[in-house]
Design a protein around this ligand. Structure first.
Ligand SMILES: NC(=O)c1ccc[n+]([C@@H]2O[C@H](COP(=O)([O-])OP(=O)(O)OC[C@H]3O[C@@H](n4cnc5c(N)ncnc54)[C@H](O)[C@@H]3O)[C@@H](O)[C@H]2O)c1
Length: 446
């Protein structure tokens, strides 16, 4: 890297593209960001950020002299030596990754004077790099370098994850290209795993599939705890202290969601299937996750009986806190199931795009509005605003003071002392079906 830094092109101004752009600019590189959405580019040029990610606006602002935004790919190919592809790879109906965005970029690359390195940051099936290389060769662009450097950031803490990653993975066809890509990350203190392209692609898919497996595993343990009287939080603590297991991703709840886990697990299962291998374990991981979201309905029915005509407050819509991302959020499945059962759904979230939630649900401006007159309140996303849910105000506003805590966010003793009936995930000894102060209509109060 020159003392001035390199010039890097970023293709795709979503979570991964913008965080990568801001962080590379902060490391001293010049970064040109390209997207195909004119409104996105206009916003960015005006100093605004089209997604919610803590710290990102400040980082983009601090490095604005080194950042520029464009709709034209040629602005990148004219000036940059490295092109990071960060476009979306959503699932298709078959569960395979939709690579049309990736192919649109590859097909659009013009003949070039210089030897750029194209780097795939989008999550793609193992084998994609080989196909891209063939496509580039067929177009007479076989002289371009190609590397895979998958992204492991988690929304809500994406900048921290980029700056302090557990590892950086760089797979390349030519080891010299890999070293050049690795050098872009100079200043970040993390081991770099240099490998071949297919292995880099597989590291990303396998990592997400493994984390999802841990979540489905602890969720099944939670379900068994519910019938055996054990407490999943104590179980997870005891398991996590074993260094061979570790404490992470052992938090029971109503299932994983988001833009990555569901699609990447399915894509890996599909990738294996397409190659003639039945990845049985992942089929179960996916099924357990789907059933976990629906278990909330059973818990509501246990307390309220049939849900037709009941009012349920769905608290938290995004797939996790500190993001406005609604992709594959558990709230969507839960809300549709409630509507299908004939319940009235009131929904609240501090950040989610109001218009993107289910038709038929009433979106509320505050938690209090959502719970007023409700027969139950379900914590779906562990927003910090919900830590004080078991308040006197909420108790008196609800028609039936019942809280279903899908994230084990609240202290069961405090909730019970506050007079609520309470149910959670895998903590049977700490759930309560009725409270002395419960007010009216639910079956538990009748
Ligand atoms: N979001 C995450 O937490 C995360 C984490 C790790 C990896 N990933 C992976 O990174 C990739 C990007 O994810 P994301 O969440 O940033 O997606 P996103 O949907 O937020 O953003 C993708 C952007 O690419 C743009 N785009 C599409 N085609 C384009 C083209 N031809 N040229 C320029 N821009 C184009 C879109 O307009 C959009 O702004 C995906 O493969 C995803 O699986 C995402």
């Amino acid at each position: 890297m020159s003392s001035e830094g390199e010039t890097i092109g970023i293709i795709g101004a979503g979570w991964v593209g913008l965080v990568t752009a801001a962080c590379f600019a902060d490391l001293g590189h010049r970064v040109i960001v390209r997207d195909i959405l004119p409104e996105r580019i206009e916003l960015l040029r005006a100093g605004k950020v089209p997604i919610y990610e803590p710290g990102l606006p400040e980082l983009l602002e601090r490095n604005k002299e080194r950042l520029s935004y464009t709709l034209e790919l040629t602005e990148l190919t004219d000036e940059a030596d490295f092109l990071f592809i960060c476009v979306g790879t959503p699932p298709t109906y078959s569960g395979d990754a939709d690579l049309s965005g990736v192919w649109a970029v590859v097909d659009e690359l013009p003949p070039l004077e210089r030897r750029l390195v194209v780097i795939m940051k989008s999550t793609v099936p193992a084998g994609t790099g080989e196909k891209v290389r063939s496509a580039l060769e067929a177009r007479g662009l076989g002289y371009l370098g190609y590397a895979s450097s998958p992204e492991f950031l988690a929304e809500g803490r994406a900048i921290e994850d980029f700056v302090h990653p557990d590892r950086i993975v760089v797979g390349s066809f030519d080891p010299a290209d890999g070293k050049r890509v690795g050098a872009l990350y100079a200043g970040i203190d993390a081991p770099i795993v240099y490998c071949d392209v297919a292995s880099a692609e597989m590291i990303k898919l396998a990592s997400n599939a493994f984390l999802a497996t841990r979540i489905s595993f602890i969720n099944e343990i939670a379900n068994v705890c519910e019938v055996t009287g054990a407490d999943v939080e104590q179980v997870a603590k005891g398991m996590g202290l074993d260094r061979r297991i570790g404490p992470h991703f052992l938090h029971a709840g109503i299932g994983y969601g988001g833009s990555c886990f569901p699609k990447d697990v399915t894509a890996l299962k599909q990738l294996a299937g397409n190659s003639g291998y039945h990845f049985q374990l992942l089929s179960s991981v996916i099924e357990v996750n789907e059933l976990q979201k629906r278990r909330v309905i059973g818990k509501l029915e246990k307390h309220l009986g049939a849900l037709a005509g009941k009012t349920v407050a769905v608290l938290g819509l995004t797939f996790k806190p500190d993001t406005n991302d609604m992709r594959e959020a558990a709230s969507i499945v839960l809300g549709s199931r409630l509507l299908a059962e004939g319940a009235e759904v009131r929904a609240w979230d501090p950040l989610a795009d109001r218009d993107s939630y289910l038709r038929g649900a009433r979106i509320c401006d505050s938690v209090l509005e959502a719970v007023t007159g409700a027969d139950a309140a379900v914590i779906v996303t562990e927003w910090k605003e919900l830590r004080e849910l078991a308040s006197e105000k909420v108790h008196s506003a609800m028609r039936n003071p019942l809280i279903i805590d899908g994230r084990n966010l609240l202290d069961p003793d405090q909730v019970r002392v506050a007079g609520f009936a309470y149910d959670c995930v895998g903590r049977p000894g700490r759930s309560s079906t009725a409270s002395g102060q419960a007010k009216t209509s639910g079956p538990q109060a009748e």
